[in-house]
Design a protein around this ligand. Structure first.
Ligand code: 2HG
Ligand code: ZN
Length: 472
């Protein structure tokens, strides 16, 4: 250990206590690898502050020593944003101990929480007050609000409630010089100049370290209907979406697409789950909520599905008859990502497209990929209701997943060029991190990159906050 590292560690221990400055290999290991196992980094230490003033102390100490900082929440990110690089120069700042629910204001319908609070804990606190926090993701038991903010997380209810950016009213963040910026306001209207909190949302810890947030709450649904439908192609899935929106308005909360390949993968790893509508190429899982207890929601969904069947937009459908059945249908969808992880590495594309462009995109991309990589498995699923597809490409059955990853840039070009032509985005909800840094540089217009660099330089002039992430 160099003298400067010894001094740094002593200063950090002075601020946080010895027990919260981890350096032993076994202690730091879980913080150095991302959940997909794609990135392995190194760090001088992992620190575990208890509150914003301790985060501030850590940042001041590191800034004075010119040491990079990597903030980490639940370490469930998809793009390696929370994993330090391999140089071993950084300090990882884990927000995991900062889990206080600071306030819940039912009349204002807001909750104020520390950044390390898990999404599930926020949902539970809201439910306990007869309200709801709508962000919903497969990793909600371990992902944190700070991570949700940093990546502008999406999930399965964006169609109705928007992504994290739309759910955050206020933020507290530690700036690159260690000052605590207090933007913890719970206002639905505030036009006092630039909306500074938006800079921190989706910036993946490169502009500041989010330490707390004020979040919007909503009336709790009193009625919920979950249904699954099967159809011949995505054009028909979009027709069903249109019909459901017309019938249900904003009571349509989730509209998830699954290809037969994606669904089969989920079931292969969870054979205990049902196979309610076997033998179709595409599926939709939809959820509708109503906050009125006496609404005829199930009958309305059923009537809309019957109309869709009559017009041959869907081939078959089933309505969950109990909460347990609904949970099992959702498990089919939520387990796809985990099932893919167990299958081996895959080339992920988290893309957004105008809904109208999706059928042509799917057709042309699939034929280009199967021409270039015969037998490659296209695991296509995602949040069709908001135009976000997970267009994942995996090795042919029996092929080496690791060897297939060598094709990443060619596969990316085939997929992302078509996304660009259709006016889409190469990152809908997972962020950029390390995974899509080069893709961002390739597709983002030069002026956008220049403006992003100017914002970065203004807020982090030493370039110490999560270096090498988002911007190359
Ligand atoms: C999901 O929607 C997640 O399940 C993960 O965003 C997607 O693994 C993926 O590609
Ligand atoms: Zn997703």
């Amino acid at each position: 250990m160099t003298n400067s590292t010894a001094t740094l560690l002593a200063d950090l221990a002075g601020a946080l206590g010895d027990a919260q400055v981890l350096t032993a290999a076994a202690d730091v290991e879980p913080y150095l690898v991302d959940q997909r196992g794609r990135y392995r980094g190194a760090a001088r230490a992992v620190v575990r502050p208890a509150d914003a003033s301790q985060v501030s102390a850590v940042v001041r100490i590191c800034a004075a020593a010119g040491v990079p900082l990597v903030a980490q929440g639940g370490n469930t990110g998809m793009c390696g944003a929370a994993t330090p690089d391999a140089s071993g120069t950084a300090v990882v700042v884990s927000l995991a101990r900062m889990r206080r629910i600071r306030a819940l204001d039912p009349d204002n319908a807001t909750i104020t929480v520390d950044a390390g609070t898990t999404l599930a804990d926020v949902q539970r606190a809201a439910t306990g007050a007869g309200l709801m926090f709508p962000l919903s993701l497969a990793s909600e038991g371990s992902c944190t609000i700070g991570g949700n903010i940093s990546t502008n997380a999406g999930g399965t209810a964006v169609l109705r409630y928007g992504n994290m950016r739309e759910l955050v009213l206020g933020i507290e963040a530690v700036l690159a010089d260690g000052r605590v910026w207090n933007g913890l306001r719970g206002l639905r209207k505030d036009n006092t100049g630039y909306d500074l909190k938006q800079l921190f949302i989706g910036s993946e810890g490169t502009l500041g370290i989010v330490t707390a947030a004020v979040l919007k709450l909503f009336p709790a649904p009193r009625m919920r209907v979950t249904a699954m439908a099967a159809m011949q192609d995505v054009t028909h899935a979009l027709r069903l979406l249109h019909r459901m929106k017309q019938s249900l308005g904003d009571r349509l909360v989730g509209f998830e697409l699954m290809s037969a390949v994606a669904l089969a993968l989920s079931r292969a790893h969870h054979p205990e789950l049902p196979d309610p509508l076997p033998g179709h190429p595409w599926y939709v899982l939809l959820q509708a909520d109503d906050s009125a207890a006496a609404a005829p929601l199930a009958a309305e969904v059923e009537a809309a599905l019957a109309g869709a069947a009559e017009d041959r937009d869907i081939a078959d459908a089933t309505l969950a008859q109990s909460q347990d059945q609904a949970a099992r249908l959702w498990a089919l969808r939520e387990n796809i990502s985990e099932a893919q992880r167990r299958e081996g590495p895959n080339i992920k594309h988290d893309i957004a497209l105008p809904l109208s462009a999706i059928p042509a995109f799917i057709e042309s991309t699939a034929s280009a990929l199967t021409d270039a990589f015969p037998g490659s498995r296209l695991v296509v699923f995602g949040h069709l209701g908001d135009g976000n597809l997970h267009y994942n490409v995996a090795a042919p059955v029996g092929g080496s997943g690791a060897a297939f990853m060598d094709n990443t840039s060619r596969v990316n070009r085939i997929v992302h060029d078509r996304v660009a032509v259709a006016g889409g985005s190469i990152s809908a909800e997972h962020g950029i991190g390390q995974l899509k840094r080069e893709e961002l540089a390739h597709y983002k217009p030069a002026l956008d990159i220049e403006l992003m660099r100017r914002v970065k330089a203004a807020l982090d002039p030493q370039g110490l906050l999560n270096p090498g992430k988002v911007l190359a």
